[in-house]
Design a protein around this ligand. Structure first.
Ligand SMILES: *Cc1c(COP(=O)(O)O)cnc(C)c1O
Length: 344
């Protein structure tokens, strides 16, 4: 039997329609701007988000890094949540490649407060300062529990940052989960920020790639940096063909993942498992392991032995993510395995 894989929505595989489109894709050399499928994907992402332009990047990590490089000069400061993916999970690229100084914000609820922006801001031309020129936000917020923010909630720090003279980048790896949750148009988020990164390879099921969206000048800069980082690819229309299907056809079904995650959270909670509470749940269920319960490593190995893969988020915190390919029966089966693993 195949494993039930709840580690992440990144484990989704391309659909049959994607594989067919990939086989048929018209391609060219994208470094010359000659790949019609990449060009179509970029134009579609720009239109969908209401932004001037878009660039196909190899990964979400690369898309976020391109945004940092393109918005800022070396030695400047960027404010970001200490729970954010860019802070914790992108290999320190912000320091290694962008030469930026990160200023930490509390984003434990998903969205930092305007007060925290004021506290972290350094500016005004003082020679002592690494001038803070950029704020990064994340929606849905992964480590806060996959929490979605409404366009209105996200606009609060975004508008304040812009009023303070900063630009704003949104890590929208899972922005369409937020859109699905609130029935919101992605344009309502995009219009509040200067750039937006969207992962095609998570719940949207493409095998790879991310879209970086923003102004035309910003995207031209990002294209140059993408080349410098080795991300200029040739016949990448093969992968972009799947990306087009991801953006066009796969957004609508994300609500199913949310319903499955809600069911999973209920089943685990009813079994006495300490599911982390969230104000709104998209496709993630985190739970914290209390004393007397197995630690994360023990739970992972007990579940693994029964064919269930779950993610480690800390010594005593684990994560389960619902996605395409995990239906209600899979969720019920997984909950049973977790219960057995606790009782073992
Ligand atoms: C996955 C993820 C990324 C990075 O995407 P990769 O394609 O894995 O590099 C960025 N931000 C968030 C919030 C993510 O979950």
């Amino acid at each position: 039997m195949e494993n039930l894989d709840f580690r992440s929505d990144t484990v989704t595989k391309p659909t049959e329609a994607m594989r067919e489109a990939m086989a048929r894709a018209e391609v060219g050399d994208d470094v010359y701007g000659d790949d019609p499928t990449v060009n179509e994907l970029q134009a579609y992402a720009a239109e969908l988000t209401g932004m001037e332009a878009a660039l196909y990047a190899c990964s979400g990590t690369m898309g976020n890094l391109l945004a940092l490089l393109s918005h800022c000069e070396r030695g400047q400061g960027v404010m970001m949540g200490v729970g954010s993916h860019t802070w914790k999970n992108e290999g320190g690229g912000i320091a290694m490649f962008a030469g930026l100084m990160p200023f930490p914000l509390d984003d434990s609820s998903g969205v930092p407060t305007t007060e925290s922006l004021h506290g972290a801001f350094l500016g005004g031309g003082n020679v002592h300062y690494a001038e803070t020129t950029l704020l990064t936000l994340e929606n849905t917020h992964n480590s806060a529990g996959g929490v979605p923010a409404t366009p209105e909630a996200l606009a609060v720090p975004a508008r304040e940052a812009r009023r303070m003279g900063m630009r704003v980048h949104l890590d929208g790896a899972r922005i369409f989960d937020a859109c699905a949750y609130f029935d919101a148009d992605v344009k309502a988020y995009a219009s509040e920020v200067d750039s937006l990164q969207i992962c095609l390879s998570k719940g949207l099921c493409a095998p790879m790639g991310s879209m970086l969206c923003g102004g035309a000048e910003f995207i031209a800069k990002a294209r140059k940096y993408r080349k410098s980082l080795g991300g200029g690819q040739r016949q990448s229309g093969i992968a972009a063909a799947a990306g087009l299907i991801a953006l066009r056809d796969m957004r609508g079904r994300l609500k199913e993942d949310h319903a499955n995650a809600a069911l999973l959270a209920d089943l685990l909670t009813n079994a006495g498992i300490g599911v982390d509470e969230v104000p709104a749940r998209t496709n993630m269920v985190y739970f914290t392991l209390r004393s007397g319960e197995p630690n994360a490593d023990a739970l992972l190995s007990r579940c693994g032995a029964k064919g269930l893969l779950i993610g480690k988020a800390g010594e005593r915190r684990v994560r389960m993510v619902t996605h395409f390919g995990l239906d209600e029966a899979a969720v019920r089966g997984a909950a049973e395995i977790v219960k057995e693993a606790f009782a073992q």
